[in-house]
Design a protein around this ligand. Structure first.
Ligand SMILES: NC(=O)c1ccc[n+]([C@@H]2O[C@H](COP(=O)([O-])OP(=O)(O)OC[C@H]3O[C@@H](n4cnc5c(N)ncnc54)[C@H](OP(=O)(O)O)[C@@H]3O)[C@@H](O)[C@H]2O)c1
Length: 315
């Protein structure tokens, strides 16, 4: 067993572990202000308009975060989310801003990072939550890359890299005594562990994902591989970035119903079956969000470069 983990990589990648983790294991609780007081802090959530991201936004506001940036591709949906988040907030001035970010376009990613660079204070929490699973082969018209790989890996890690120097250079707006080490959490999935990753020996690697499929499309495998690529990237990046600059980790929300994640299968027989599966084995977005916030808010330097599940470090 790898040191520091309560399970082996082989067990972690197995269905039995997944069922135990979903059904039996205690989940990281919803944090309260006693656990973490985020007043003064700034947070960014990509894909904060729906699903796990929206619920995480709500939980961050409960923790007192002063400024929350919802980074969304659909600004109308983002504004509706911001409105719904602020409706129930009564304790003090908290700002929720909606910023355009389309991970399908590098120009949008770069413009977003440039805008973050113009903030007086750095973001203290960055939750790179936006993600997609394509039910059919989908290729990005601008880059030619597979859209899962584009969104979940390439654009997400580009944003991460562009934000790092900003986090390093700028002070936190939180008072000095509470000056936190910034956290960047890249939302992952246990499916990263399930990926067969048949492309592993392709050299160069990325074009192997750009080829149009000649046989049956396996949407789960492609999504899983895109999440695995992001996970490997985080693990390698953490070796190069001191944990004092930013704690970079990769939490999974766990199987979560109530989000729009499987939207592309809606109205199909497969979508119906998946819906039942999610309801039996999954949990709601409030639980999914508290799993990712356990990493983005609470996890310490030991989580740098690590995958987290139910608030625990896992291989
Ligand atoms: N639900 C699960 O069981 C589960 C399990 C493990 C991991 N995850 C991960 O958890 C994260 C959140 O998923 P969710 O379940 O909350 O799904 P969701 O409700 O579909 O939310 C996904 C978010 O990503 C955004 N997004 C997708 N493509 C984008 C792009 N090109 N540019 C900008 N934003 C984009 C979506 O924006 P729009 O609203 O505009 O489409 C939405 O805000 C994802 O990373 C997912 O892979 C989910």
């Amino acid at each position: 067993m790898a040191s520091g983990f309560d399970t082996t990589p082989e067990q972690q990648a197995g269905q039995l572990h997944f069922l135990k983790s979903q059904i039996l294991e205690t989940k990281a609780p919803v944090l309260t202000r006693k656990d973490a007081d985020l007043s003064g802090q700034t947070a960014i959530i990509t894909g904060g308009n729906v699903g796990v991201g929206l619920e995480a936004a709500s939980q961050l506001l409960q923790l007192g975060v002063s400024k929350l940036i919802l980074a969304v591709r659909n600004e109308q949906s983002g504004q509706a989310a911001a409105k719904s988040l602020l409706v129930s907030r009564k304790d003090g001035p908290q700002k929720v801003e909606v910023w355009k970010l389309n991970l399908s376009e590098y120009a949008s990613v770069m413009a977003f990072a440039e805008r973050v660079g113009k903030l007086e204070a750095r973001p203290d929490i960055v939750l790179l939550n936006a993600g997609i699973i394509c039910a059919k082969p989908t290729f990005n018209p601008l880059t030619g890359h597979d859209e899962d790989v584009q969104t979940n890996y390439l654009s997400t890690v580009l944003l991460l890299i562009l934000l790092l120097p900003i986090l390093k250079a700028k002070p936190s707006a939180a008072i000095a005594a509470k000056n936190p080490v910034p956290h960047i959490s890249v939302v992952s999935s246990v499916l990263a562990h399930w990926s067969k990753f048949d492309e592993r020996s392709a050299d160069p690697l990325l074009p192997a994902f750009d080829a149009k499929p000649t046989s049956n499309w396996n949407m789960e495998e492609r999504y899983s591989a895109s999440k695995l690529l992001a996970l490997i990237f985080c693990s390698e990046l953490a070796r190069r970035i001191p944990r004092e600059v930013a704690i970079i980790n990769a939490p999974t929300p766990g199987l979560t119903y109530g989000s729009s994640f499987m939207r592309q299968t809606a109205g199909t027989v497969l979508g119906f079956i998946i819906g039942i599966y999610y309801r039996i084995f999954g949990h709601g977005t409030n639980v999914g969000a508290s799993q990712v916030l356990a990493a983005a808010v609470r996890a310490g330097p030991e989580s740098h470069g690590q995958f987290l599940e139910n608030g625990k470090l896992r291989p």
